[in-house]
Write a protein that binds this ligand. Structure first.
Ligand code: SF4
Length: 222
C-alpha cells in the first residue's frame, strides 16, 4: 500500500471507530480564533470558562474586545491561565485584525469575513508574524476559523506518525505539515476532522510514555 492509501486507511479506521468530532466549537470565526489563542497550555474546560466570561461581557467581536483595557481583558480570561500573557497575545491579534480590516464595520463583525477570501500562502506568514501566534495556533485559526486547508500539527501528530512509521520521530512541524499537505487533498473538512481524531486518539491511547496499542482503534495498522 502506498503512503497515501496508508494514511487514508488510518483516517477512515479512526473515523469509523470514534465517529465525527464536531470540532471546533465556537459561535463565530472570531470566537474560534480567540479559543485557539486561549487554549495554549491549558485544557479546553478552562478555555470554555474564559469564553463564557467574554460572551457575558459582550466582548466577542474584534471591535468590542478592543474597547476593553488590557487589565479588564486579562480579568475576563483569567480561567484560561497565564491570563496576562494571553491578554497581551489577544491584543496583538486584535491589532493584526485592525491592520487587515477594511474599516470599523469589519471589526464589528465576528465573522472575520474580510479574511475569508485570502490566499493561504499570503495569510499564513502574516499571522505567524503576530507576536505570540506560533504555527499550531496560526493553523488552528486558518483551518477552524477561516476554513482554509492548513493542517494542524501537534505532539500527538508527531508521535502517531512516527510510531506508524510515516515520518521519523524528530520530524519538524513544517515537515509534518508538508507531509499531510502532500499526501491528502487540500480539503479543510478532511484536515479539520483528521486533526481532531488524532488528538482524541493521542489523549486516550497514544501517550508519550505509554501506548495502549492492545485496545487502540489503530491496533491492526501497526
Ligand atoms: S496506541 Fe499504538 S496502535 Fe494506537 S496510535 Fe499509538 S502506536 Fe498506534
Amino acid at each position: 500500500m502506498n503512503r497515501q492509501n496508508r494514511l487514508l486507511s488510518l483516517y477512515s479506521t479512526l473515523l469509523d471507530a470514534l465517529g465525527p468530532s464536531h470540532w471546533w466549537p465556537g459561535e463565530s470565526p472570531f470566537e474560534v480564533a480567540v479559543g485557539a489563542i486561549l487554549t495554549q497550555n491549558t485544557n479546553w474546560a478552562n478555555v470554555e470558562r474564559a469564553i463564557a466570561a467574554l460572551r457575558r461581557a459582550g466582548a466577542m467581536t474584534p471591535a468590542a474586545m478592543r474597547e476593553l483595557s488590557p487589565e479588564a481583558l486579562a480579568g475576563l480570561i483569567r480561567p484560561a491561565g497565564t491570563f496576562r500573557v494571553k491578554a497581551a497575545r489577544l491584543g496583538h491579534f486584535l491589532d493584526f485584525l485592525a491592520r487587515e480590516a477594511g474599516g470599523a464595520a469589519d471589526l464589528a463583525d465576528a465573522s472575520l469575513r474580510f479574511l475569508a477570501g485570502r490566499e493561504l500562502s499570503e495569510l499564513r506568514p502574516r499571522l505567524l508574524a503576530v507576536k505570540g501566534v506560533g504555527p499550531e495556533t496560526a493553523d488552528c485559526i486558518l483551518l477552524y476559523a477561516l476554513n482554509l486547508p492548513s493542517f494542524v500539527v501537534d505532539a500527538y501528530t508527531a508521535r502517531i506518525m512516527s510510531r506508524h512509521l510515516f515520518l521519523p520521530e524528530d520530524a519538524s512541524y513544517d515537515e509534518l505539515q508538508a507531509f499531510f499537505a502532500d499526501v491528502l487533498p487540500a480539503d479543510p473538512a478532511l484536515f479539520g476532522e483528521f486533526h481532531a481524531l488524532i488528538v482524541r486518539l493521542g489523549k486516550t491511547w497514544c501517550g508519550r510514555t505509554r501506548a495502549k496499542c492492545e485496545t487502540c482503534p489503530l491496533h491492526s495498522l501497526r
